[in-house]
Design a protein around this ligand. Structure first.
Ligand SMILES: CC(C)(COP(=O)(O)OP(=O)(O)OC[C@H]1O[C@@H](n2cnc3c(N)ncnc32)[C@H](O)[C@@H]1OP(=O)(O)O)[C@@H](O)C(=O)NCCC(=O)NCCS
Length: 177
């Protein structure tokens, strides 16, 4: 198991699999790649709020998220700095939710479970009070279901949100986190 550091401004490489990646915190300079990825059809279709995002709204939303202590926003890149994807944890009193999206270019390459595993390690290190992470996955989103199961998330229950059925999976903090 990795020895996760609290400092995510420093690069963290993972060498499992053919493609290496590192994770770092998102910054305002990442606004455009985050916007493009978040607005892709497949990403919107599989989100709880499926509406397209407007650039102006994104520019208001993102700075708020980045300075919100209840949001842990990570991006994944190749060692050559190609953007692989985003992982966002939102902490609230009720629960901590996670979302992931991978760019078209890097989908289907078996990267996402490793990215989820390393992201959760960093998250738990930075949020010692949080005991588990919840993923709400559209029941038809097979790639996502497979990914979260592979990363150790366990099925909990169903939830109907905005007339769509989501399967709720949980990752519980273990002794290593
Ligand atoms: C969901 C997502 C993050 C998965 O990432 P990915 O890079 O495509 O997935 P991976 O290549 O790592 O594959 C993960 C698993 O899903 C399977 N998988 C990948 N694409 C699939 C598809 N279209 N249908 C069914 N299974 C699929 C893989 O075979 C793999 O399982 P395996 O290890 O048992 O073979 C990515 O597809 C994505 O960004 N989708 C759009 C946004 C989204 O749906 N986010 C999740 C919201 S909860």
């Amino acid at each position: 198991m990795e020895n996760y550091t609290k400092n995510v401004d420093k690069f963290l490489f993972s060498t499992k699999g053919a493609i290496k990646f590192y994770l770092r915190k998102a910054t305002i300079e990442d606004a455009k790649p985050i916007f493009d990825l978040s607005n892709e059809n497949l990403v919107r279709e599989n989100s709880i709020n499926q509406k397209k995002i407007m650039w102006e709204n994104h520019l208001k939303w993102l700075p708020n998220k980045l300075c919100d202590n209840n949001c842990f926003y990570l991006l994944a890149f190749t060692p050559e700095n190609l953007f692989i994807g985003q992982i966002r944890f939102d902490v609230s009193e009720k629960e901590t939710t996670i979302g992931i999206s991978i760019t078209k270019e890097f989908r289907g390459k078996g990267l996402s479970a490793d990215i989820l595993i390393h992201s959760a390690g960093l998250f738990f290190k930075n949020y010692p009070q949080v005991k588990n992470i919840v993923a709400k996955i559209n029941k038809d989103n097979e790639a996502s279901l497979n990914t979260f199961i592979k990363a150790g998330y366990i099925y909990s229950h169903k939830e109907s949100i905005n007339n769509n059925e989501f399967l709720v999976f949980k990752l519980v903090r273990n002794n290593e986190n």
